[in-house]
Design a protein. Structure first.
Ligand SMILES: [Mn+2]
Length: 345
């Protein structure tokens, strides 16, 4: 594993940089990419985040730089392969997490990764650890990748006279990253470092109320309706310690749901009294089922996700199952039931 100083040096010496956030993107991935891209553009570099899917609407407030130029693009040719100095995975470290752009990622002269998902770390027999990139910093202790990006920007600032930080927009992007990945400072990953970073960026003119309203009080009616549909489809298991729910592609199309608008379903499920493990399945396509797991206290749902080639954290993880939706619901229900019955013995 490398240091953020190594990552900062590579970025400092590069001209053309592409960032790769994860599929099913979120406030942490988007906010971290925006913060890095703005700093790089301020230094006169060409930097974009590559992303194919729609970005959740509640993150749209930060998607353009001060000149109105978007930070995100779906066009891998925006920087030609021969000009691509750096590919950098942000808030992800598994090939499946940015699948459409794997070849582009590898085409860069140097690859970097800054992430906080423990499942992105590979441990060799001799005990050494690494990620998928030439230079990786993967720190599961960090509540959000935005926390690592804050330290990365400080390293970058120490190398240049160009003022990168303090910067209000970068601060707001980092706040978005940290508030979303900590459940607005409620989850058990919320630690001293989160508050230290918040104390620092609150001096940057960050309007936390404005950003919070953008992120949390900006819900389309369709999101409320799909949550209601998911609640109707929910089954309680293991005497109320587990819950599983799903929505079909038909449900999503009928209601008109956009990207990110089912993210709050697992949060509502986990909030039920007595529940410890929940899973929510979304039929993205026929036989392509996205599964989101959450745990409340003792359980480690990353194990369940990893058994299906997914990944994540102890209390929040996910995977993709390639089977019909009702088979997937049955499988996940059975596995959670077994896990709960096993772990309370
Ligand atoms: Mn994250």
């Amino acid at each position: 594993m490398n240091t953020l100083r190594d990552i900062a040096e590579k970025l400092y010496n590069a001209n053309n940089i592409l960032l790769y956030p994860h599929v099913g993107t979120d406030g942490d991935a988007v906010g971290s990419c925006v913060a890095i891209a703005k700093a790089l553009r301020t230094m006169g570099k060409t930097a974009y985040a590559l992303y194919e899917e729609e970005i959740p609407g509640n993150l749209s407030f930060m998607l353009n730089d001060p000149e109105g130029k978007p930070y995100f693009t779906s066009d891998p040719e925006i920087i030609r392969d021969e000009d691509l100095d750096i590919s950098m995975a942000v808030d992800c470290g598994g090939w499946d997490r940015f699948k459409p752009y794997q070849d582009k990622f590898r085409a860069a002269k140097t690859t970097l990764c800054v992430d906080h998902h423990g499942t992105s770390i590979t441990t060799e027999e001799d005990g050494t650890t690494h990620g998928i990139a030439d230079y990786s910093v993967i720190d599961p202790e960090a509540a959000a990748t935005g926390i690592l990006v804050f330290d990365l920007l400080r390293e970058m600032q120490s190398m240049t006279d160009v003022k990168l930080i303090p910067d209000k927009e970068i601060g707001e992007a980092l706040f978005a990253a940290i508030t979303t990945d900590t459940g607005n400072f409620q989850y058990s990953n919320t630690n001293r470092k989160c508050y230290e970073v918040m104390a620092e960026i609150s001096d940057w003119g960050v309007d936390t109320n404005k950003v919070s309203v953008e992120i949390y009080e900006n819900v389309r009616l369709e999101e409320v309706k799909i949550k209601s549909r998911a609640m109707d489809n929910m089954t309680m298991i293991s005497g109320g310690k587990g819950a599983v729910s799903y929505v079909t592609k038909e449900d999503l199309e009928e209601i008109g749901v956009k990207a990110g608008e089912t993210d709050s379903v697992v949060v509502a499920m986990r909030a039920i009294r007595g529940v410890d493990v929940v899973a929510f399945l979304k039929e993205k396509d026929r036989n392509v089922i996205r599964v989101s797991y959450r745990a409340k206290s003792f359980a480690d749902v990353s194990k369940l996700a990893v058994s299906h080639n997914g990944g994540g954290h102890r209390k929040a993880a996910g995977c993709t199952l390639y089977m019909p939706i009702h088979e997937a619901v049955e499988l996940v229900t059975r596995e959670i039931g077994e896990y709960l019955d096993e772990s309370v013995k």
